[in-house]
Design a protein around this ligand. Structure first.
Ligand SMILES: [Cu+2]
Length: 372
């Protein structure tokens, strides 16, 4: 019923406009074309002013409604670096906003003021070097200042992270994120992409001495890297610490992805074969952010900001920002993948240990099979 009424109103409005334009046409025939053209010209000039006023009110109104719903004003930036990014954004919005309002007013006001008028003659004004220099130099200087602030921040986020930074390796894949922590030895072990096994070794860590046969038939041997043994590998949720810088070492297993950390105002491409880095310092725990946003279900997000295939939308992961004590407790509870796959030596003598060892040998056989 409601749809029918709306349709009826739209049809009626269309009919009214149609009738008015028809009537205007008859009037112009009666008045004479020249007279009617002058009148239309006047009406158009006034409509330019009306359009400007309605347009600016519309811009203000949309801003009032939608700005509080954006992440910019909802909870605010959740990292020290994010505050800088938001500052840059505000300055850019302020400068371009002032220019936008002034130029729109001038544009529509001139269309009204300089409408066709028989008493005025056109002033021929082909060129003015001073004016051209001014309108080129002023925007150039303004943009140079904005870009300088941007470059300064960019260099800082991508520079070497502070020594106490928590290092997390983030690897994008179709479709999801793999997070790796260095474990107790604080060193990431070596990995090799041909050793990737989707079920058990999603990053291709070199856990044991391994030999692979390359497509051309050559054999390649890798020595086990003991640093891989305590590396923690997980998917879905990344844990970071409030007030402690976190350095992300970003990789991709297949195509180009992009680590999007919207609450921290950070973003960096994940490129296969070329690690990229980024560091930031979270300033609110997840619990604090739930209060700030007044949303009990608030969750920091990691998304993929690069169209990377048909499952791109499903690359949403979560980030937990916790205190150092909570992080230590969480880390202590984690088991390294190596430890869960390969039984410790003392258990190997027992039947259960032997069974696990057989499983481990099967694993090695799987990762060493020739890659086609
Ligand atoms: Cu992606």
């Amino acid at each position: 019923m409601q749809t029918f009424l709306i349709l009826a109103v739209v049809v009626l409005i269309f009919l009214v406009i149609f009738q008015i334009s028809k009537a205007a046409e008859y009037v112009s025939v009666l008045k004479g074309e020249e007279q009617s053209r002058k009148q239309t010209n006047k009406v158009n000039a006034f409509m330019m002013l009306g359009f400007m006023i309605l347009g600016l009110i519309g811009v203000w109104y949309c801003n009032e409604i939608y700005a509080p719903k954006t992440l910019m004003f909802n909870g605010g930036p959740a990292s020290e670096q994010g505050i800088e990014v938001d500052n840059m954004m505000m300055w850019t919005l302020a400068i371009t906003g002032i220019v936008f309002v002034l130029t729109q007013i001038v544009l529509f006001w001139f269309a009204y003021k300089y409408q066709e008028n028989e008493t005025k003659s056109v002033f021929y004004f082909p060129h003015n070097t001073t004016m051209e220099v001014i309108w080129t130099a002023v925007p150039a200087i303004a943009l140079a200042v904005l870009v300088t602030f941007g470059l300064k921040n960019w260099t800082s986020f991508t520079s070497e992270a502070p020594d106490n930074a928590l290092k997390v390796e983030v690897t994008g894949k179709q479709f999801g994120w793999i997070f790796r922590y260095a474990g107790k030895d604080k060193e990431f072990g070596k990995k090799y992409y041909r050793l990737i096994d989707a079920a058990d070794n999603s990053l291709g860590l070199i856990w044991r001495d391994t030999t692979i046969t390359k497509p051309n038939g050559d054999k390649q041997t890798f020595k086990a890297d003991k640093y891989t043994h305590d590396d923690l590998v997980m998917e879905q949720t990344m844990y970071v610490v409030k007030g402690r810088p976190v350095k992300l070492i970003i990789n991709s297993r297949d195509v180009i992805h992009d680590v999007g950390l919207v609450h921290f105002r950070m973003k960096m491409d994940a490129v296969p074969g070329m690690p990229t880095t980024l560091w930031f310092t979270p300033i609110y725990t997840t619990a604090e952010m739930k209060e700030r946003t007044k949303n009990p279900n608030f969750q920091y997000e990691i998304s993929c900001d690069q169209m990377c295939g048909n499952g791109h939308y499903s690359m949403k992961g979560s980030i937990e920002v916790v205190t150092q004590a909570e992080f230590d407790a969480w880390e202590a509870k984690q088991t390294a993948k190596y430890a869960s796959l390969y039984a410790p030596k003392k258990e190997e003598a027992s039947p259960a240990g032997a069974a696990k060892d057989t499983a481990a040998k099967v694993m090695v056989a799987m990762v060493t099979k020739p890659v086609k």
